[in-house]
Design a protein around this ligand. Structure first.
Ligand SMILES: NC(=O)c1ccc[n+]([C@@H]2O[C@H](COP(=O)([O-])OP(=O)(O)OC[C@H]3O[C@@H](n4cnc5c(N)ncnc54)[C@H](OP(=O)(O)O)[C@@H]3O)[C@@H](O)[C@H]2O)c1
Length: 344
């Protein structure tokens, strides 16, 4: 080979490696971009059809199943209808001891009978008006006498509101605050003191997406649920060194009697009527399933709601400035449509 030919070969080789290097890095960049795009599209697809926050959905697929609660002693308040009733059904399938409380004994008996058909569950009916502190203590004593401990308090009893904030009489404001916050906390304190003695336990509160965001014609309801978040956030510090978990479970609109039993502007007057938007809401079964996922996996805060409310909740949590602008700009009627899919 002549020196000229050698030079030519080396030059060819260098050009080839430069070109292939260029192509190689180019291909890697394209592949990374495509991977990112595919990941983003997959994420959007999951989010579009999500009916809970992504952590809760992750635990539903990969986390502990309901049967991890097997053998636990679980006290459910508000168990005579709606979310509490269906959560009792979910738990009945996994052989735990259930104590069902609410005011209507006949409804509790109905729920208990159905629970017994669903699994080998130990169910006790314990009627309770949660706004009666003495009855709370009596019920607690009965449970300890019978079972010796409480592993989980599912503090779920509550009522909603359909009322203009400025027209609501003071007594009506007190009524809703009592049931949804003051006495809910008083029950939690009785049980938490017991849990501190035995060294472990779990108290799950049914809060609401209304405990994260504002919602029209529900000012005091929102206030009671926000209050729960404040109380839990502060009390977690006091329980920091213990094995006791506090949970805030936040459903959006779910099929139940909640609208019918809502408080109004006038104390003692229920809203009544049928729910015209029931079809747009999450089913009670699905909500209860996700509630149990959250309890089994001890999730600190869980949002259980369909779109578009889920998206709005993410905006409220992570871009509060945008949410505040939306709240000012969108009238109550538009928000009602977002919540229920049509004008309420
Ligand atoms: N459904 C929703 O769209 C939704 C959304 C977010 C949050 N939540 C929350 O979910 C929880 C359950 O509501 P739900 O939707 O299942 O409504 P629901 O069907 O009306 O159930 C409410 C339950 O609370 C009980 N209750 C009411 N007042 C009580 C009292 N003074 N003492 C004891 N129990 C009482 C009721 O039983 P008795 O009448 O027999 O006492 C009933 O079992 C509430 O805390 C509510 O704020 C519901």
């Amino acid at each position: 080979m002549t020196p000229g030919e050698i030079d030519q070969t080396v030059a060819c080789f260098l050009t080839f490696t430069k070109l292939s290097k260029f192509k190689f890095t180019h291909t890697i960049k394209e592949m990374l971009f495509l991977l990112f795009l595919a990941g983003f599209i997959a994420f959007l697809a999951v989010f579009l059809f999500a009916d809970a926050d992504l952590l809760t959905l992750y635990y539903e697929r990969f986390g502990l199943k309901a049967d991890s609660l097997r053998g636990k002693v679980i006290w459910i308040t508000g168990a005579s209808s709606g979310i509490g009733e269906y959560t009792a059904y979910e738990l009945s399938k996994v052989n735990c001891s259930l104590i069902l409380s609410a005011r209507r004994k006949s409804e509790l008996e109905r729920v208990a009978s159905k629970c017994r058909t669903l699994g080998p569950v130990d169910v006790v009916v314990l009627p309770l008006d949660v706004t009666d502190a003495t009855s709370q203590k009596n019920c607690f004593d009965k449970i300890i006498e019978q079972f010796g401990r409480i592993d989980v308090l599912y503090n779920n009893a509550g009522r909603s509101q359909q009322a203009d904030a400025l027209k609501t009489e003071l007594k009506a404001d007190h009524d809703i605050f009592d049931i949804n916050f003051i006495y809910c906390i008083s029950l939690a304190k009785i049980v938490l003191n017991h849990m501190k003695e035995i060294g472990s336990g779990q108290v799950a509160f049914t809060s609401s997406i209304a405990g994260k965001l504002g919602s029209p014609r529900q000012a005091m309801y929102c206030a009671t649920k926000h209050a729960l978040h404040g109380w839990v956030a502060a009390t977690r510090f006091e329980l920091g060194e213990t094995d006791i978990i506090l949970q805030l479970l936040c459903p959006g609109p779910v099929v139940s009697d909640i609208r019918k039993c809502s408080f109004t502007e006038v104390s003692g007057k229920e809203f009544g009527g049928e729910d015209p938007n029931a079809k747009k809401k999450m089913s009670t079964e699905r909500c209860a399933k996700l509630m149990v996922v959250a309890v089994a996996n001890k999730i600190g805060e869980s949002w259980i709601t369909k779109q578009p409310i889920l998206l709005v909740t993410y905006i409220g949590q992570y871009i509060p400035v945008l949410f505040a602008w939306m709240a000012r700009t969108l009238s109550g009627k538009v928000v009602q449509r977002l919540r229920y899919g049509k004008k309420d």
